[in-house]
Design a protein around this ligand. Structure first.
Ligand SMILES: Cc1cc2nc3c(=O)[nH]c(=O)nc-3n(C[C@H](O)[C@H](O)[C@H](O)COP(=O)(O)O)c2cc1C
Length: 328
């Protein structure tokens, strides 16, 4: 029998044990608000809120809109309030905005902070200073231990098959190794795009599933219609792994590589993405080479983000019933 773990309050009472993953370029306030109203944690990367010269600070604008709209929604729906939202910080030294963005997120009391690419004590402390929690994403047990040692409250295990910079390890191995020493909040990413996968994630020992790719194809997502169409048409075979475009292994749609004029089976070998000049003829990851995980076969049509949550919930409840009937 699953042993119930005590989760931080902000991760309790969700309609489904799930969080929407932050998606570079794609996640925007409309998508986050729709995810939260649908009852799962919504999220966006802070870097998606880009300032225009002479314009307002867009991260402030986004946080004001999300906070106010969810507050209004909660006042009108006290019986079914929206889930909290999360902001993703790329905490790597190359992120020149980090200090400013941390300051803004602290002032707006962001409830869930998702950190990626190198754990940082000061970011976790900032999250705690405003009453938030920090979840760090990791691809192996070593990084998981480092993240907790640096003060993260919880972990996001990014396993094989995840969209974007997916990890190389099987979720079975990764969750098991982390659960041998860590009893705190644990989310699992990597093709958690169905209710069956969400239940499996929980059986493995994760508290919540972390769902990215299915939301790319949704109405509210800031993605090219051709990208959405590829997500709907594609399956796991249409996803390829390459480190060519960012310097780190990432999962991308083969068709987007073709569309950008490259042969996915014969990619150039001699590019160093980390020192790529701005005028590089190599297409840009995320803008032209589109990220996707192995779970896109579950995405059958473009529609409102709430439909993804509705579908996963009904699959999840049916899977629980099926397992109950088979096992009990
Ligand atoms: C298009 C795209 C963009 C992504 N951008 C980010 C990002 O900016 N920050 C981040 O931490 N993870 C990013 N990810 C990874 C997701 O947050 C998450 O780990 C992954 O989507 C989960 O796997 P799934 O796509 O199989 O659901 C991205 C993934 C995709 C597909």
């Amino acid at each position: 029998m699953l042993k119930a773990r005590a989760l931080p309050k902000v991760l309790q009472n969700l309609r489904l044990p799930a969080a929407a993953a932050p998606l570079f370029i794609v996640s925007c306030p409309d998508l986050v608000i729709a995810q939260c109203k649908a009852g799962i944690i919504g999220s966006f990367p802070a870097l998606n809120a880009r300032d225009e010269p002479g314009g307002p600070v867009m991260l402030e604008v986004w946080l004001k809109r999300i906070t106010e709209e969810l507050d209004r929604y909660n006042q009108h729906n006290p019986d079914r309030p929206a889930a909290p939202f999360a902001v993703n910080q790329i905490v790597h030294r190359s992120n020149e905005r980090l200090e400013r963005d941390i300051d803004i997120c602290t002032r707006w009391k962001v409830p869930v902070w998702i950190t990626s690419m190198g754990a940082r004590v000061e970011v976790n402390e900032a999250a705690h200073s405003c009453g938030g929690i920090a979840l760090h994403d990791v691809i192996n047990n070593t990084y998981a231990k480092k993240a907790i040692a640096k003060g993260a409250d919880g972990l996001i295990a990014v396993a094989a098959g995840a969209g974007g910079h997916g990890g190389p390890q099987s979720p079975f191995a990764l969750v098991r190794e982390i659960r041998e020493w860590f009893d705190g909040p644990l989310l699992l990413a990597g093709a958690v795009s169905t209710g069956e996968a969400l239940l499996a994630a929980r059986v493995l020992g994760a508290d919540l599933g972390y769902i990215g790719s299915p939301f790319v194809a949704m109405d509210e997502a800031d993605a090219d219609p051709a990208y959405k169409e590829m997500m709907v048409k594609g399956g796991a075979e249409e996803v390829m792994t390459s480190a060519l475009f960012t310097g780190h292994p990432g999962n991308y749609l083969r068709d987007s590589v073709r569309r950008a004029g490259l042969d996915p089976d014969n990619l150039p070998k001699d590019w160093d993405a980390s020192v790529m000049p701005d005028d590089s003829p190599l297409p840009k990851a995320w803008r032209e080479i589109w990220g996707a995980g192995h779970g896109i076969g579950a995405v059958k049509s473009v529609g409102p983000a709430a439909e993804v949550v509705d579908r996963i919930e009904s699959e999840y409840r049916a899977a629980i019933e099926r397992m109950r009937a088979e096992i009990c």
